[in-house]
Design a protein around this ligand. Structure first.
Ligand SMILES: Nc1ncnc2c1ncn2[C@@H]1O[C@H](COP(=O)(O)OP(=O)(O)OP(=O)(O)O)[C@@H](O)[C@H]1O
Ligand SMILES: [Mg+2]
Length: 250
């Protein structure tokens, strides 16, 4: 059994892309770790490399240098214990909603009972969409189908790329609560990338801010009370939103 206290250890991770014949560095010597059953929120301006980082952590993209340890072992490719919800939802256009929801579970040959499927659909408010195809859905509906799919897999590490951005304010808050309730019920590690300061503070036990000039993460802000009930109406929550706002402007 693996006894490493860290779920994820990222050391000196670098990634560059070829663009128009030149090499553009996107991530440079990024290092951080994630404890088991803890959460991390990453905020930063558009184009700074947040999605790239999540793709590397999911094993879907190769890094140029550095190391990613998952449960103490080098991550060399995708893992069934790591779930990713992509910014563009990653739904298959030729499959219906109900087929898309169970797709990941089928690929991984997991046995998922109908109750679990119904519960997730009900919580996410998508039970009436079963027979529709992704092109017939709104952005927010697609986002909820993508979430249902990944939650059914019960990953040990959940990577969420702006998971609630296409949703109206009330649905967004409901889904943030859904994520926190799932966490309290089942405990897993998660990393959420977001443009929203309030969302970062509502979900991240640690908050890291991307510095595009250095292609790196800085200003780690600890948020130890994030999982306590009533946190979002506490003064600590509002004070931290202010701190993150200030750190983003620096
Ligand atoms: N496959 C690719 N080939 C070339 N360049 C890429 C590729 N993927 C990403 N990039 C570049 O890397 C940079 C970071 O992209 P990334 O998608 O990680 O940003 P982001 O922080 O997620 O932005 P946003 O907040 O808009 O989603 C961008 O300049 C982008 O053009
Ligand atoms: Mg992105």
């Amino acid at each position: 059994m693996n006894t490493s206290p860290k779920l994820l250890e990222v050391s000196k991770l670098s990634k560059a892309f070829e663009q128009d014949g030149s090499t553009v560095s996107v991530l440079s010597d990024v290092s951080f770790s994630l404890n088991r059953e803890s959460s991390l929120a990453i905020v930063g301006p558009s184009g700074c490399g947040k999605t790239t980082l999540l793709l590397l952590l999911a094993g879907l993209l190769k890094f140029d240098s550095g190391e990613i340890l998952f449960n103490g072992s080098a991550l060399t490719g995708s893992s069934s214990r790591i779930g990713l919800v992509l910014q563009n939802y990653g739904l298959l256009p030729w499959k219906t909603v109900s087929e898309n929801i169970v797709l990941g579970a089928k690929l991984q040959k997991l046995n998922i009972n109908n109750n679990a499927i119904s519960r997730v659909k009900h919580t996410l408010g998508i039970e009436h969409l079963d027979r529709l195809y992704p092109e017939q859905l709104s952005g927010g509906q697609k986002q909820r189908v993508a979430l249902a799919r990944v939650f059914l897999l019960k990953p040990q590490l959940l990577l969420l790329d702006e998971p609630f951005s296409a949703l109206d304010a009330i649905t967004r808050e409901k889904l943030q609560h859904f994520l926190m309730d799932e966490y309290r019920a089942r405990k897993f590690g998660f990393i959420v990338v977001t443009h929203s300061i309030e969302e970062a503070v509502a979900l991240g036990q640690r908050i890291m801010i991307f510095d595009p000039a250095k292609q790196n993460l800085n200003a780690v802000i600890d948020n130890p009370n994030v999982f306590t009930k009533g946190f979002r109406s506490s003064k600590i929550y509002f004070d931290l939103c202010y701190d993150v706002h200030k750190a983003l402007l620096n």
